[in-house]
Ligand binder design. Structure first.
Ligand code: FAD
Ligand code: NAI
Length: 466
């Protein structure tokens, strides 16, 4: 039996960052991962392959549609889907190898196989060939992530009815792709296939897309995607699916009940959320149980069992790679006896559609519900010279600041490259900046980032360029 200070179960952004930090702090650490490669959902079947296809499909559409022609670039592109998938797979392989390198660099042992907790301080790992290893650990970190939620009546057959993993490697461009769920996955992967030529219909149970999003920003995104050709069926539910040889017939009805209509699709993507992955983890051996929503609860990374810690998608909070990373660092530092905090008020979120959406902090609806008085500063990208000259002026930056103190409470942006710009407001909010602080900072011209400053100026009514 090998003995460790820390054994981490799961090699995704939660697990691998925890392992690296433990190695840096001089702890003897092992990371147990059952997949063939490290990196978890994020690197293998999540953030990275989806961004590879979003990037490639965006360029394809720019070349195939009016965008290049309007710039005076005349080309006649043709789609090589196999090559698009191959370059994605190669990038993913190189990223997962990168984690192996970081493990070696930080003296992390990768124990290949599926881990099961077998009482406090013990993890049993079964490898693909059936070999079993036993590990002893002072501390165990559960970082087993999440998996797609299934929809009763719509069985994922991985052929015609697929989850996000299937939608990242379809063998052909669907003629009609129906996406169930207008959340982040549905909109990002729906965008990929629409750009490559599919007709895309998104069926959403609620009467709005991306329910957690600031409403004005969500409406602007829906308008933009509709203009691009995505059809939304809001307030609708799928009540049945019949799989045929080359397609699926879906039964759709209003969420509140009513007449059933049928919709024919050649592929259906189920993207209605994800749930914690805890199967076969041996939680019963340490007396841990998920709550009613299937989530393993934590208190400052600690579970209710001694020496067992929980981070990432498997526990509460937004299911985001950078949230898992934050929790990983804090958890390991706590294990090592250092002080550490995660500021859950400043975790940005991004939707990588075109235009992109990026948010941090409170939405207007949240502030209203809390009875918090706030001021709004808004600046459109139509008034930003760089966005205009690049023909990508769809969207705005909205800053919400405390009515009395002017402290920035939330920022919601839709527009070009906002994923890269939200970090500025994360820094500002971590330093408890006021909107006036950002309004007084020099930004380079001509950049889209000037819109961030102008929106901050708009909070006090002195935006100069709109
Ligand atoms: P995971 O990444 O799920 O890793 C958990 C790992 O644990 C897995 O590799 C699993 O095999 C392993 N495991 C589970 N049980 C065991 C066991 N018993 N023994 C051994 N190993 C085990 N987030 C973003 O922030 N930005 C994005 O752009 C983004 N895009 C996404 C796109 C898609 C299509 C999807 C599906 C998700 C996306 N996410 C994105 C979410 C992101 O992938 C997750 O939030 C993140 O991966 C969570 O990290 P984690 O370490 O908690 O879990
Ligand atoms: P989601 O929670 O973002 O969206 C699910 C959507 O499905 C919601 O709008 C919900 O109302 C709807 N829905 C639920 N049940 C339904 C039903 N029966 N019929 C129709 N609609 C229904 O979940 P999604 O898109 O599956 O993503 C899972 C997680 O992955 C998210 O929590 C997200 O944080 C993460 N992710 C993050 C990305 C990013 O940061 N850019 C990209 C992709 C995923």
């Amino acid at each position: 039996m090998s003995a460790y200070d820390v054994v981490i179960i799961g090699g995704g952004p939660g697990g691998y960052n925890a392992a690296i930090r433990a190695g840096q702090l001089g702890l003897k650490v092992a990371c147990v991962e059952g997949r063939e490669t490290l990196g978890g959902t994020c690197l293998n079947v999540g953030c990275m392959p989806s961004k590879a296809l979003l990037h490639a499909s965006e360029l394809y559409e720019a070349a195939a549609g009016k965008e290049f022609a309007d710039l005076g670039i005349e080309v006649k592109p043709s789609l090589n889907l196999a090559q698009m998938m191959k370059q994605k797979d190669e990038s993913v392989a190189s990223l997962t190898k990168g984690i192996e390198f970081l493990f070696r660099k930080n003296k992390v042992d990768w124990i290949k196989g599926w881990g099961r907790i077998d009482g406090l301080g013990r993890v049993v790992v079964t490898a693909a060939d059936g070999a079993v290893v036993e590990l002893q650990a002072k501390d165990i970190v559960i970082a087993t992530g999440s998996q797609p939620t299934s929809l009763p009546g719509v069985t994922i057959d991985h052929r015609r009815i697929i989850d996000s993993t299937g939608a990242l490697s379809l063998p052909e461009v669907p003629r009609h792709l129906v996406v169930i769920g207008a959340g982040v996955i549905g909109l990002e992967l729906g965008s990929v296939w629409r750009r490559l030529g599919s007709q895309v219909t998104v069926v959403e149970y609620l009467d709005r897309i991306c329910p957690g999003l600031d409403q004005e920003t969500g409406k602007a995104l829906q308008r933009s995607l509709s203009k691009q050709g995505v059809t939304f069926k809001l307030g609708s539910k799928v009540s049945g699916a019949a799989i045929g040889e080359d397609g699926v017939e879906l039964s759709i009805e209003p969420a509140g009940g009513g007449a059933v209509e049928s919709l024919q699709a050649d592929y259906v993507l189920v993207a209605i959320g994800r749930r914690p992955y805890i199967e076969g983890l041996g939680l019963e051996s340490i007396g841990l149980e998920p709550n009613a929503r299937g989530v393993l609860e934590n208190h400052r990374s600690r579970s209710a069992a001694d020496g067992v810690w929980i981070i990432g998608d498997v526990t509460s909070g937004p299911m985001l790679a950078h949230k898992a990373e934050e929790e990983a660092i804090a958890c390991i530092e706590r294990i090592a006896g250092k002080g550490a905090e995660v500021n859950y008020d400043v975790i940005p979120s991004v939707i990588y559609t075109k235009p992109e959406v990026a948010c941090v902090g409170k939405s207007e609806e949240q502030l209203k519900a809390e009875g918090h008085s706030y001021k709004v500063g808004k600046f459109p990208f139509t008034a930003n010279s760089r966005a205009k000259i690049n023909h990508e002026a769809d969207g705005f930056v909205k800053v919400l600041a405390d009515e009395r103190t002017d402290e920035i409470l939330g920022v919601h942006m839709i527009g070009p490259s906002v994923s890269e710009m939200i970090g500025e407001y994360c820094v500002a909010m971590e330093f408890a900046a006021s909107s006036a602080d950002v309004a007084l900072i020099c930004h380079p011209h001509p950049t889209r980032s000037e819109a961030l400053r102008q929106a901050a100026m708009a909070v006090e009514g002195w935006a100069m360029q709109a």
